[in-house]
Design a protein around this ligand. Structure first.
Ligand code: NAP
Ligand code: MG
Length: 399
């Protein structure tokens, strides 16, 4: 059988620990036998970030801007314990944070659904994708602990020196204060990423805020989305037969629970933080959650939503058999390959990625799965629990 050829290389970002092991196994077992893989390889494993002074992360993000599609393995975000463990010269920043700062854009998280593992919410039949605005609001707020009586004011000094002043509260005793902001530029790029992703995946887009209470702040989000939709996206949405729908966050929560799924739910930063954990937990397993960063310029970075699965890695190093689920990492690869096929007009590459996803889902549905899923399995015959590598080989047999 001849291998499928690629045109433009994928930006490949290797990572750490157990997911680094799976990364190699996925390539060897399921990709290299079928595809003449063309990648620009960046080793984002912690030892190489240390060796390059984290330049490798910046280079990988720049390459993503150049080539358009990246696939990333989970990476360690160092804390004090990791500085010790890896003898680091400094506590390097989160690679995902660095990449997001360079590419801008929005992270979309969606569960991989299989028959035999049902969501906690029984009417959810299709995935719900959460799009979280990852900039500003409470995450960049300025806070103050008021200890006694006094007047709190909101003061804005314009560049020309004019002052705008509003009383927030006349404090009679202790309390708390917080100042939040966001930028039209960031909200616009968030909206653009959401509209683009809805078009790409042919799904309806929902957006929710609390504009009835927050008449300036949240209302600005609502207006920016609405303007952009009217001016640039409405016609294309109609062409694809999808809709854009705005509603209040509390109404959205109720509708999401009653829905069948199959749409994108765009959320402000805090709402997205909270709701993505709720939705992902309700769908079953962190190991079945995919994630893609979509930049407003149309660059894509695919990854798993979970981390490097450290506890499994330590057991693996001791020679124990570990049953780590490679699904989300595999789907990062298939997502990236399918996108590359679409952009470069290589239909057989996109078709291969889709077949690989189907074979992986079929493998689980046949009762063969890793330990994290075996515990959730509701199929008729008992689950056959396998290691990550055995699972990949079972997919290969099927493909
Ligand atoms: P984690 O790696 O996601 O693992 C947490 C637990 O979730 C695991 O111990 C395991 O539970 C379960 N799990 C996650 N993925 C699994 C999989 N594929 N198969 C089976 N079980 C899975 O999170 P963490 O332990 O908090 O973080 C570990 C490292 O990852 C940290 O250094 C962190 O900085 C990094 N991290 C990176 C990213 C990223 O690159 N995007 C994201 C998050 C965290 P059991 O042990 O119960 O089996
Ligand atoms: Mg959170």
């Amino acid at each position: 059988m001849s291998k499928i050829n690629m045109k433009t290389p994928l930006v490949e970002m290797d990572g750490d620990e157990m997911t680094r092991i799976l990364w190699q196994q996925i390539k060897e077992e399921l990709l290299e036998p079928y595809v003449e893989l063309k990648t620009k390889y960046y080793d984002l494993g912690l030892p190489n970030r240390e060796a390059t002074g984290d330049q490798v992360t910046v280079d990988a993000a720049q390459a993503t801007k150049k080539y358009g599609v990246a696939v990333k393995c989970a990476t360690i975000t160092p804390n004090a314990q990791r500085v010790e463990e890896y003898k680091l010269s400094q506590m390097w920043k989160s690679p995902n944070g660095t990449i997001r700062a360079i590419l801008d854009g929005t992270v979309f998280r969606a569960p991989i659904m299989v028959n035999g593992i049902s969501p906690v919410v029984k009417n959810w039949k299709q995935p719900i994708t959460i799009a979280r605005h990852a900039f500003g609001d409470v995450y960049k707020a300025t806070e103050y602990r008021v200890t006694g009586p006094g007047k709190a004011e909101l003061v804005f000094t314009a560049a020309d020196g004019t002052e705008h002043r509003q009383t927030i509260q006349d404090f009679q005793g202790p309390g708390v204060l917080q100042g939040q902001f966001n930028l039209d530029r960031s909200i616009t790029s968030f909206a653009r990423s959401c509209f683009q992703y809805a078009l790409d995946t042919k799904q309806d887009l929902w957006f929710s805020t609390k504009d009835t209470i927050s008449k300036q702040y949240d209302h600005t989000f609502k207006d920016i989305f609405a303007d952009l939709y009217e001016k640039e996206y409405k016609a294309r949405f109609q062409e694809k037969g999808i809709t854009y729908f705005y509603t209040l966050i509390d109404d959205a929560v109720a509708r999401v629970i009653r829905s069948q799924g199959g749409f994108i739910w765009a959320c402000k930063n805090y709402d997205g933080d909270v709701m993505s954990d709720m939705v992902s937990t309700a769908f079953g397993s962190l190991a079945m959650m995919t994630s893609v960063l979509v930049s407003p310029e149309g660059n894509y970075e695919y990854e798993a939503a979970h981390g490097t699965v450290t506890q499994h890695y330590y057991r693996y190093l001791k020679g124990e058999q570990v049953s780590t689920n490679p699904m989300a990492t595999l789907f990062a690869w298939t997502g990236a390959l399918a996108k590359r096929g679409e952009l470069d007009d290589i239909p057989e590459l996109t078709a291969f990625a889709q077949k690989l996803e189907r074979a992986a889902i079929d493998t689980i549905e046949s009762g063969v799965m890793t330990g994290d899923l075996a515990g959730l399995w509701e199929g008729e015959k008992p689950a056959q629990k396998v290691t990550g590598l055995e699972f990949l080989r079972a997919i290969r047999t099927r493909i």
